[in-house]
Ligand binder design. Structure first.
Ligand SMILES: [Fe+2]
Length: 302
């Protein structure tokens, strides 16, 4: 039987004595689904996985998302290499575009927010992790349900009607070292907007914050400068330790999180000195992000 232990008072659990590479039973899957819904983050210790077994495990929770770019950092199109190591095991140069894409992950974000249907879960397996005494390399999470609850009333009112632009192509504005997307890649992922206050029908219509810092920084109805100012405020606000859990990696950890309610970022590390190799399976979103004024939410409030 798996052992489950809470990591903080508010969210996160650690699971031991469970093998994610094996086909699981109905009861185990139900327990994990309930756990991720209630606690938003799970770390499964001591796993032994490859791309195929990670894909099979991920499929327990929904459909696998495919990567937007044709041929950048992946082996299988559904398994992303979150890594400064090539598929052949070569430690990549810090200026390599695959590493630049990793550096962008040190900005707070939620995966696939540039899609109309952003992903539900990300599932990330640590194949090579930094030595215990190295600086950086952790993955930090901030709880957006909690952050919303603690917002001052005037900020709730200010944020309530706002939408952010999310654009895969705009990563190039933040990281000019990246090559242009092809026409096909661009047209597969036109910019989208999502409400900054997200409402969760499967959580009793609770509200959370929902924004990113790794794509576009534009907010509808504001000048770019005003949008950037508001972003800066949000980033400082959600970085407070009372909302956060920092995952210090051990090799063979498999972590899973709910992108609908957590933001995450990697703490920068010395990309030239250390190897960090991870593979990720991503569960596709099924519904658009609902804001406070969507019909579904309004009807529920009446
Ligand atoms: Fe990410």
């Amino acid at each position: 039987m798996m052992d489950i232990k809470n990591l903080t008072n508010d969210f996160g659990v650690e699971v031991r004595n469970f093998d994610c590479s094996k086909k699981m039973g109905y009861d185990e899957l139900n327990l994990l689904k309930k756990t991720i819904q209630d606690r938003h983050f799970i770390c499964f210790k001591n796993q032994k996985l490859d791309g195929d077994t990670l894909a099979s495990f991920t499929k327990n929770f929904g459909k696998l998302e495919a990567y937007p770019e044709k041929d950048k950092t992946k082996g299988k199109i559904e398994i992303f290499n979150v890594s400064n190591v090539s598929e052949d095991g070569e430690h990549l140069d810090p200026d390599d575009q695959r590493v630049i894409l990793q550096k962008n992950n040190s900005r707070w974000h939620t995966d696939s927010s540039y899609r109309y249907l952003p992903s539900i879960f990300s599932i990330l397996y640590g194949q090579e992790t930094l030595p215990p005494k190295a600086e950086g390399g952790q993955t930090q999470f901030s709880n957006m349900l909690l952050a919303y609850d603690h917002l001052p009333e005037d900020k709730k009112i200010l944020l309530e009607p706002l939408h952010q632009v999310h654009s895969y192509n705009d990563i190039r504005r933040l990281e000019p070292g990246l090559p242009e997307l092809t026409y096909e890649e661009k047209s597969n992922f036109p910019p989208v907007t999502h409400p900054i206050v997200r409402v969760h029908p499967d959580r009793n219509f609770r509200k959370s914050l929902y924004f990113t810092s790794n794509t576009s920084l534009e907010i509808g109805g504001m000048s770019l400068e005003q949008g950037k100012e508001l972003h800066k405020w949000l980033v400082n606000y959600i970085s407070q330790p009372k909302f956060c859990y920092t995952h210090k990696w051990q090799k063979n950890d498999l972590i899973m999180w709910d992108n609908r309610v957590l933001l995450h970022r990697v703490i920068p590390y010395d990309y030239a000195k250390y190897r960090r190799a991870m593979i990720r399976g991503t569960v596709e979103g099924e519904v658009p992000v609902l804001g406070p004024f969507s019909n579904e939410v309004r009807l529920n409030n009446n």
